[in-house]
Design a protein around this ligand. Structure first.
Ligand SMILES: Cc1cc2nc3c(=O)[nH]c(=O)nc-3n(C[C@H](O)[C@H](O)[C@H](O)COP(=O)(O)O)c2cc1C
Ligand code: SF4
Length: 394
């Protein structure tokens, strides 16, 4: 029998006390497949196809706890009340039915400095998005807009009004909201929760010295900037106990002057580990450095992953590696414990099964046009330029 080309990525791994069948995960992806705030059939069928594709772990699209009175659109799937449990239980049961574990991403939504243009949002400090530098926009994204005859998405984020500064009471509500949604996740059968502290959204706004200019106990020193992070972890642990897996999505490098550096990120991850986290799911960039968030080539987040692996003992998950050979190499060389996939599994939900069966050549490759992200940022349902079945899976 021929030897398997790739073995490392198919080895089981433990996160907390939970064993995963392999080291390959679906990364969270906002789909806009919802109805009145509930995950709809498109949502569940989209996730089912990815779970069926052989991944060991599915980190779901964000389950959102909406900030009161938030001026946001209605496309978020919410999880903040018992009434939302049956819909999310359906999501979990579906993922489990295909042999993958399910972690839910927790996002406190409709708040933070990257909310939709036209809305006045609230954030730790009044630091608006003023401009997305053209050199930070992926080249293929501009080509996509030209091909489709679309106005530039990036221009829409020019001169956003400064966010309103959050009060202490509102910040405490946010900490509780992370814990409350995580508790609901446990109730509806998830194996773990992933707190969203990443890529320029609300949680990350507190961590970054660029976007958190507060002078109270929530700003200034690293200890103060990580206060929401630490309180959210602790309040969540109080609600879910220690056997439920708890991780965070964390920016390894903001790639903007004055923002979070890889060294800062390692310190934050270490603090998180000491507070009881079970894993770190890396990401990079933010809206102003979007080409680092959805990179144009493989391995761009590996330098941060390597540093992070030295800083913490808990598993590190790294996205943005599309080629099977690069995935195998990164895991084999110990640069990351697991790899997560967003665009590769949008383009081909069978990526993992195909690699395992030695059918790598038949993978339908993502062309990194970010048409998917362009659509969701324009409040449209997720679609893919190379996979016409996205959104039609059911
Ligand atoms: C359409 C789209 C939606 C995304 N939505 C989320 C999200 O809701 N939460 C999150 O943490 N990351 C989100 N991401 C980032 C991905 O999880 C991932 O980190 C990024 O796409 C890079 O990995 P990839 O090269 O495997 O796509 C999104 C990415 C895309 C393309
Ligand atoms: S997943 Fe599809 S739409 Fe998104 S970047 Fe890849 S090819 Fe383009």
């Amino acid at each position: 029998m021929a030897e398997k080309a790739y073995t490392e990525m198919f080895k089981p791994i433990k996160i907390g006390s939970l064993e995963l069948k392999n080291r390959l995960a679906m990364a969270p992806v906002t789909t806009n497949f919802t109805q009145a705030g509930y995950p709809n059939e498109e949502f569940i069928a989209f996730l089912a196809a990815r779970a069926r594709g052989g991944i060991g772990l599915h980190v779901t699209p964000p389950a959102v706890n909406l900030f009161p009175g938030s001026p946001t659109h209605v496309l978020f799937p919410v999880l903040s009340e018992k009434a939302h449990l049956p819909a999310w239980n359906e999501v979990v049961e579906t993922i489990h039915a295909f042999g993958a574990k399910a972690f839910g991403q927790v996002l406190v939504g409709g708040v933070g400095r990257q909310t939709a243009p036209g809305a006045v949002s609230k954030a730790p400090s009044a630091v608006p998005v003023i401009r997305v530098p053209p050199e930070n926009v992926p080249k293929k994204a501009k080509a996509y807009e030209k091909r489709k005859g679309l106005p530039s998405l990036w221009e829409r984020y020019k001169d956003l009004p400064p966010p309103i500064v959050l009060t202490i009471e509102e910040i405490q509500w946010i900490e509780d909201a992370y814990a409350h949604t995580s508790q609901l996740m446990k109730e509806c059968g998830f194996d773990g929760a992933e707190l969203h502290f990443a890529h320029g959204y609300l949680g990350d706004n507190f961590l970054s010295p660029r976007t958190n200019l507060r002078t109270d106990e929530y700003g200034g020193s690293l200890e103060n900037r990580t206060r929401v992070f630490r309180n959210a972890i602790n309040k969540t642990r109080e609600k879910v106990g220690h056997s439920f897996v708890l991780g965070v999505r964390l920016t390894g490098n903001e790639h903007v002057l004055g923002g979070t550096t890889p060294e800062d990120a390692c310190r934050i991850a270490k603090i998180g580990e000491e507070e009881g986290l079970d894993y770190i799911h890396l990401t990079a960039g933010c809206w102003e450095s979007v080409k680092w968030y959805v990179p144009e080539e493989d391995n761009t987040m590996l330098p941060e992953a390597e540093l992070m692996k030295d800083a913490v003992e808990i598993p590190v998950i790294t996205p943005a590696i599309h080629s099977p050979a690069n995935v195998e190499k990164a895991i084999k060389e110990g640069k990351t414990d697991m790899v997560s996939f967003c665009r590769p599994l949008i383009a081909d939900p069978e990526w993992v099964n195909k690699v395992e069966a030695g059918e790598e050549k038949s993978i339908r490759k993502c062309i990194r046009c970010i048409g998917c992200l362009q659509r969701t940022r324009r409040a449209l349902g997720l679609r893919c330029e190379v996979n016409r079945e996205v959104g039609q899976e059911r």
